[in-house]
Write a protein that binds this ligand. Structure first.
Ligand code: SF4
Length: 319
């Protein structure tokens, strides 16, 4: 049965819900990971891609995403700051470029960027591009005019997570509508930007919700899917949510590989919350084709050199 499902995925045929639940409930996780790796290898061979982010503007966000330390609705202890100096973005991008990073995303908190943010973003995009990195932005809900303006400055990609399934979204955020997120993604696809959109797992969703999100992403035909795992932040509504086990996280990655066989599946925020340093490379043997390296928005990540050691030790190479 598993071989039949691998063949289906390689032919980019959709698996039925029953077939997906067969994999979700299959007791031997190693077999599921090996199967996901075969699909990944078919489309991506032995490569892995590194991307990284910088939090260019932190905190005071009007939205109430329940997992987020940057929401103004919760009293978390994060450092809040306005748009940083563009030279700091350049320095960080340069450091990560030297570690093999290919895409570099400039992230700002807030529902949408302000006029001043846009001017700074244009400047930052140009400077990141000069380093031969692919500049992306993650700036909340955006319209066509904004994206065209940034594209003119050299923007390559838009990162905009859907976070979770539409049917579960109201449990995670109530300050904006899921449709606004979908619209931003569709606009970015429409004007030819590379779109990176995925979700955060371990926020109370079930497998039905996880499949629903994957199907939405498949329908939107985004080429890159970031998978984030909840790091429960003190003073957010999800502070007591249990952390996913490594096994559950691996199974999510593997199932996403079956549903989105030819897309870049990148393991992003929360990687070091779920995985221990010794076992973090397991994810690369379970269908992932990319890692977000360096620090996250408000928390520390794994040391990039240790990720480079991991990929060398299992014979992978960077794109
Ligand atoms: S996830 Fe983004 S939109 Fe939601 S609260 Fe955090 S910064 Fe704001």
């Amino acid at each position: 049965m598993i071989n039949k499902l691998i063949e289906k995925a390689i032919k980019k045929e959709s698996l039925s819900k029953d077939e997906l639940f067969f994999l979700i409930k299959y007791p031997n996780l190693n077999e599921i990971c090996k199967a996901a790796l075969r699909i990944k290898n078919h489309f991506f061979k032995s490569i892995v891609e590194f991307c990284s982010i910088i939090n260019a503007k932190s905190g005071k966000c009007s939205e109430n995403c329940k997992f987020c330390a940057q929401s103004s609705h919760y009293r978390t202890n994060i450092k809040e700051y306005d748009f940083i100096e563009v030279k700091n973005i350049y320095e960080q991008a340069k450091k990560l470029k030297a570690k093999g990073v290919k895409r570099f995303s400039i992230v700002t908190s807030g529902k949408s960027p302000s006029k001043r943010d846009l001017e700074k973003l244009e400047e930052a995009i140009k400077i990141v591009k000069k380093l031969n990195l692919l500049p992306d932005v993650s700036i909340g809900i955006v319209d066509r005019e904004t994206l065209l303006r940034l594209k003119k400055a050299g923007l390559e990609g838009l990162h905009h997570n859907l976070e979770t399934a539409e049917s579960f979204f109201k449990n995670i955020c109530t300050t904006h509508d899921y449709k606004e997120d979908i619209e931003s993604i569709k606009t970015a696809v429409d004007i030819g930007l590379y779109v990176c959109s995925g979700g955060i797992f371990g926020v109370g969703e079930n497998w039905e919700h996880r499949i629903e999100l994957a199907m939405t992403l498949k329908e939107l035909n985004v080429p890159s899917i970031p998978i984030n795992f909840l790091n429960p932040i003190k003073s957010t509504p999800l502070e007591s949510q249990p952390i996913l086990t490594e096994e559950e996280a691996l199974r999510i990655v593997a199932i996403y590989r079956f549903i989105l066989p030819d897309k870049h599946i990148r393991i992003c925020g929360g990687r070091n919350t779920v995985f221990k340093p010794k076992s973090k490379k397991r994810v690369l043997n379970c269908g992932a084709s990319g890692l977000m390296v360096g620090d996250y928005l408000t928390t520390k990540g794994f040391n990039v050199d240790s990720d480079l050691e991991d990929i060398n030790s299992i014979g992978l190479s960077l794109v």
